[in-house]
Write a protein that binds this ligand. Structure first.
Ligand SMILES: Cc1cc2nc3c(=O)[nH]c(=O)nc-3n(C[C@H](O)[C@H](O)[C@H](O)COP(=O)(O)OP(=O)(O)OC[C@H]3O[C@@H](n4cnc5c(N)ncnc54)[C@H](O)[C@@H]3O)c2cc1C
Length: 455
């Protein structure tokens, strides 16, 4: 057996493992960091939908990740860690024994398919969206040859996939159990704006129904459609199950690591497991909501990368105190040429938690004057706690700038800022780049909340 020695062994080369390794090298340059990952080509998961359509003209090659590992002196090995001896601090992979001082699990997540549909995965034409180039290549090759696609699942991955299939000329039906798409991240009035775009593009959306069976009516192992709980049948030559992801904890379970409620490896606020020398980051770790600290199912690269940074800097010493607790589920998505971004809690979720909140929504333009060519409508919704005005959520619809504006709101949430901080923001503005300084939407939404609180 070939022996390898390192100070830090990171299992997994996705966003969490990659960021953790880079941060560890920056904080502890004298330490030997080794990343082990399964695949030669590491896809950028967030760009996978664009392999299937025309929007970006991306190929699988274009969405392969090019990390900073090599140039920083981080070692990488391809393979699968099959076992770990925790007492002896040894990990095993394909004829190699790796000794480590600190171990980081960054084994990510895999598609989740409801038990009732799992047997249908063997049918030709039924696919999930794994972060695996070989399987994505197979799905694309198949889907390129057919016309009628059903996407099951109305989260942002399902919607992005549906848009790409439609852009490449296919008949697309999206099916979900909830009344509106993007549930959990956007309130109904915002989600309805995205639904309008689906409709304009010619995508059929069936809400409040569920797929009860995937049909192979000729018995030839090739999918022909789906049957819904309502009894309705929808024809399909391909079915994409975008029904969520579950933590990949096979190895963690094998070595008896405690798991959280939704199956992620249990970790402290500093991503440390019950063993001081073992950390877990990203989708494989257990997550909590930022309000109330209840278990969370959120799986996002934004949270994963932040967790990678926290672990990477605290592996050998507590370098700084963490500035956030729990996931704020921050992300952006494009529906047609409109960007939809969300961070923190929605109005609906806040009401469900009986939070005493006040909401401010401001609708303006993303350039000034609004007659500038290319100017688009921009809507910002802020959610704040009535007592003290702390900002706990935000949603934006707009143009490209939305992707960075939500990051401002995200920082406000994690920094526990209030609407009064937002109202005194000094905003850099430029006609071709931003909304007007006189009615910058984040400031205006905060001001509307302040007026309501004062009443
Ligand atoms: C289609 C799609 C679009 C998405 N879009 C967005 C988006 O726009 N914004 C956003 O924030 N999030 C998005 N996400 C979610 C995001 O990709 C995940 O949250 C993120 O990839 C999690 O990162 P991770 O490093 O924890 O895990 P993963 O990316 O799952 O990586 C896990 C790594 O571990 C390796 N591994 C697993 N087991 C072993 C083992 N035993 N030995 C060696 N290696 C192992 C895998 O090969 C892989 O390298 C998207 C996800 C998908 C699928």
């Amino acid at each position: 057996m070939k022996k390898i020695k390192c100070d830090v062994l990171v299992i997994g080369g996705g966003p969490a493992g990659g960021v953790c390794a880079v941060t560890a090298k920056m904080n502890y340059p004298e330490k030997e960091i080794l990343v082990v990952r399964e695949f030669e080509v590491q896809l950028v998961p967030c760009a996978i939908p664009y392999i299937f359509g025309e929007t970006l003209g991306c190929s699988e090659k274009d969405v392969a990740s090019c990390g900073m590992a090599d140039e920083m002196g981080i070692s990488t090995k391809l393979g699968e860690i099959e076992d770990v001896n925790v007492e002896k601090k040894l990990a095993y992979m394909d004829g190699h024994e790796i000794s480590y001082d600190k171990l980081v699990f960054a084994t990510g997540s895999r598609p989740f398919v409801h038990a009732s549909l799992q047997h249908s995965l063997s049918l030709d034409g039924v696919f999930t969206i794994p972060k695996n180039k070989e399987l994505i290549d197979k799905a694309k090759a198949y889907i390129d040859t057919i016309n009628d696609v059903v996407v099951v699942g109305t989260g942002f991955i399902g919607i992005e996939m549906a848009m790409e299939f439609r852009e490449s000329g296919k008949n697309v039906t999206v099916i979900g159990g909830s009344k509106h798409i993007l549930k959990g991240s956007f309130d109904p009035e915002i989600a309805m704006e995205a639904e309008k775009i689906l409709l304009e593009k010619g995508i059929t959306f069936i809400g409040r129904d569920r797929v009860s069976a995937i049909i192979d009516k000729n018995g030839d192992n090739i999918v022909n459609g789906v049957k819904l709980k309502s009894g309705r049948i929808v024809n399909a030559q391909a079915v994409i199950l975008a029904t969520g992801y579950k933590p990949n904890t096979d190895l963690a379970k094998k070595i008896g690591m405690p798991l959280g409620k939704y199956g992620g490896i249990w970790v402290s606020d500093y991503m440390m497991t019950e063993n001081n020398d073992i950390f877990a980051v990203g989708d494989c770790s257990s997550r909590r909501t930022f309000i109330g600290s209840s278990p969370s199912k959120v799986m996002l690269a934004s949270t994963s990368a932040a967790e990678g940074r926290v672990a990477g800097s605290t592996l050998f010493s507590m370098k700084y105190l963490k500035g956030f607790s729990g996931t704020i589920a921050i992300f952006s998505t494009m529906v047609g040429d409109r960007a939809f971004s969300s961070a923190g809690i929605t109005e609906d979720a806040a009401h469900a938690a009986h939070a005493d909140i006040v909401v401010g929504t401001f609708s303006g333009m993303n350039r000034h004057p609004s007659t500038i060519p290319g100017a688009q409508k921009q809507l910002v919704k802020l959610i704040a706690v009535r007592n003290g005005g702390r900002i706990i959520g935000g949603q934006i619809i707009g143009g490209d700038e939305t992707g960075e504006m939500i990051n401002i709101i995200g920082l406000m949430i994690t920094s526990q800022l209030t609407i009064y901080n937002a109202m005194s923001m000094q905003v850099a503005t430029q006609p071709m780049l931003t909304a007007a300084p006189t009615n910058y939407p984040i400031v205006m939404a905060a001001t509307l909340i302040a007026q309501k609180i004062e009443k």
